[in-house]
Structures are given as structure tokens and as C-alpha cells.
Design a protein around this ligand. Structure first.
Ligand code: NAD
Length: 313
């Protein structure tokens, strides 16, 4: 039997609908709409698309999303100056520096840029202070993708307490925080990565399997226990037609989209998993829309918190 499809688009729409009255109440108290600033350096087409999606979702949630552009040639110092200005701008509630920064900005300098975002406005939840709160189970601004996954599981009625959750991927932005949020909800969590031995065997023990690898179709049916919930975080653009046919299936209507655009977005989970899993997130339309909804939720939470602190002071 085919797995139940976990509809991230629908869940994200209901989260945005819940944000609207809160955004209206914030505007009534503060005299302005809650506002997210996205720092976009250069003109990476994928980043442009992500930013447009965030702007559209923002207006549906009653928030303003302003893009602060810098040219691809901008130095780390110039990005830091812009972040500093936004940190000190009282009308800005949340700051997101769109990844990746241009390749000429060294990794350590890029890290400095992310670290420079004020913890109170760090809506991605990457600032070391917010990561510390997350590890202590009292995050105010949890990282958007993993918190979106938790929101999806809760709203789809999939319990994780006492279950074995396996997370493939140990990145700072997805894998590690995902594992922390699952363990805080009483799951027994295993983190897997590129050096894990018998990855398929470990994964096959999971009641909830989260794939956050970035390798198209890597997780096949042999990784999945019958009836397990499989969350596909991966997003990869495939521009090889033979690979697209293999991943989507020869009769897939999405091949028409490939032929039109020359590429197609796929996840880490192979279509063979549909016949084994109990529930599965699609790509696109699964975790991606939730990440954006949680970004808006964090922006509103950051705005409300700063206003509450000011009112209390
Ligand atoms: P990353 O490259 O930082 O981390 C990838 C992780 O996968 C690493 O921890 C690595 O150990 C593991 N890995 C790599 N190859 C492996 C292998 N062969 N076997 C087992 N583990 C392996 O990536 P990331 O930033 O965590 O993102 C992961 C994927 O999720 C990417 O496709 C990214 O585009 C996607 N993503 C999606 C969203 C969303 O909103 N849906 C948000 C963030 C990231």
C-alpha cells in the first residue's frame, strides 16, 4: 500500500493563517507590521527563488519581508556593516542572511557574519546563544527546518515519544537540531552521517526516519521499516535526464517540467520508499514550505518578545 502523504503545503498554510491574527495584534500594539529583513548577497538564482517564496509567504502571514541586497563582490566587512545596521534598526524584528554567501567570502568570515546577528533577531536560530538555549530545551527561536518537521509530526498526529527516530545528517542547521528536538519530545534518537557503518541497517530500525543528506534518491526501500514515517528534508536540483527518469519514474508527469526547465527538484528519498513507509513527505511540498512558515513564526515571536520587554521596561 502506498504511504500516506504528509502535506507540508497544507500544514504551512494553517500555520500562516494562525500567524495573521497575532501579526494584526502586534501591529495594533506597536503601530507597524512585524518585519523580517533578508540579506541577499549576489544573484544566485536558487537564492533569488527562495527569497521570493519567503516574501510571498510573508504577505500571507501578515508580515513584511524586505530584501537588503548587496552585490556579489561585497566583502564580509560590508555584510557585517549591514547586519550591524539591521541589529540597531528598531523597525526590524528578524534578520536572515541568505546562504550561501559568495565563494570569495571565507568560511570563517561567513561564520562571523552569522554570529553577528543579534540573538534577539536571529530568526534562523543559528546564533551560539540560541543554539545553547536549544540544547537546554528552552529555545525561543528554534531552527526553522527541524522545528517545521516537529510541527508537521504533531499536526499529522504522529507520536514520537518512546519511538526510535533516526536522523541521517549531522549538520548544524538540520541534523543536530533535529535530533535535539526529537529527544526533547522523548524519542530515542540515533544520529547517522557519512561515516556511519551499515546505514541502511540502522535506518531500518527507525519508527521515524529523517533524511537530511543532500543526495538525490539516496534513501531506498531497503532503509525503511514497513510502516515507518519518513521525513525527506533533502532538496537537490537534478539536471541529468536519465537520473531524473530513474528518480521520478518513467511515467512521471514531472518529467514534462524537467523537459521545460532542464532540471527538477528532488529529495533524498527514493520513490521506492512509497511502497514501504507508512507516511512520507513529498519533495517539493513537504518540509520546504514548513521551513518558511516557521521562519515567519520566529519573526513574529522575536517581534512580540522585543515589544513585551520594552513594555515591561
Ligand atoms: P550538509 O551538507 O551540511 O550536511 C549533510 C549531512 O549529510 C552531513 O552531516 C553528512 O555527514 C551527511 N551525509 C553526506 N553524505 C552521506 C552519506 N553518503 N551517508 C550518510 N550521511 C551522509 O547539508 P544540510 O545543510 O544539512 O542539508 C541537507 C539537505 O537538506 C540538503 O539537500 C539541503 O538542500 C536540504 N535542506 C532543506 C531544507 C528545507 O527547507 N527542506 C532546509 C535546509 C536544508
Amino acid at each position: 500500500m502506498a504511504a500516506r502523504r504528509l502535506d507540508g503545503l497544507a500544514v504551512a498554510a494553517s500555520i500562516r493563517a494562525e500567524l495573521q491574527p497575532r501579526a494584526t495584534a502586534f501591529a495594533a500594539r506597536s503601530g507597524r507590521v512585524p518585519s523580517l529583513a533578508i540579506v541577499l548577497v549576489g544573484d544566485n538564482p536558487a537564492s533569488e527563488l527562495y527569497v521570493r517564496n519567503k516574501q510571498r509567504a510573508g504577505s500571507e502571514g501578515g508580515l513584511s519581508v524586505a530584501v537588503q541586497r548587496l552585490p556579489a563582490s561585497a566583502t564580509a566587512r560590508e555584510v557585517l556593516v549591514l547586519v550591524d545596521r539591521l541589529n540597531n534598526d528598531d523597525g526590524c524584528d528578524g534578520i536572515l542572511v541568505q546562504s550561501p554567501l559568495p565563494a570569495h567570502i571565507a568560511k570563517a568570515d561567513a561564520q562571523q557574519v552569522f554570529d553577528a546577528i543579534s540573538a534577539a533577531k536571529d530568526v534562523d536560530g543559528f546564533n551560539p546563544y540560541n543554539v545553547g538555549l536549544l540544547t537546554q530545551g528552552r529555545a525561543v527561536l528554534p531552527p526553522c527546518t527541524p522545528s517545521g518537521v516537529i510541527e508537521l509530526l504533531v499536526r499529522e498526529g504522529i507520536p514520537v515519544g518512546g519511538k526510535h527516530a533516526v536522523v541521517i545528517g549531522r549538520s548544524e542547521i538540520v541534523g543536530k537540531p533535529m535530533a535535539l528536538l526529537l529527544v526533547q519530545r522523548d524519542a530515542t534518537v540515533t544520529i547517522c552521517h557519512s561515516k556511519t557503518k551499515d546505514l541502511a541497517g540502522v535506518s531500518r530500525d527507525a519508527d521515524v526516519l529523517v533524511a537530511a543528506i543532500g543526495r538525490p534518491g539516496f534513501v531506498t526501500a531497503s532503509f525503511v521499516k514497513p510502516g515507518a514515517t519518513v521525513i525527506d528534508v533533502g532538496i537537490s536540483a537534478v539536471d541529468d535526464r536519465a537520473l531524473a527518469v530513474e528518480l521520478l519514474g518513467p511515467g512521471s508527469p514531472r518529467l514534462a517540467a524537467f523537459d521545460k526547465r532542464g532540471s527538477v527538484v528532488v529529495g533524498d528519498v527514493h520513490r521506492s520508499v512509497e511502497q514501504v513507509a507508512g507516511a512520507l513527505t513529498p519533495v517539493p511540498g513537504g518540509v520546504g514550505p514548513l521551513t518558511i512558515a516557521m521562519l515567519l513564526k520566529n519573526t513574529l515571536a522575536a517581534a512580540e518578545r522585543r515589544l513585551d520587554l520594552r513594555t515591561a521596561g
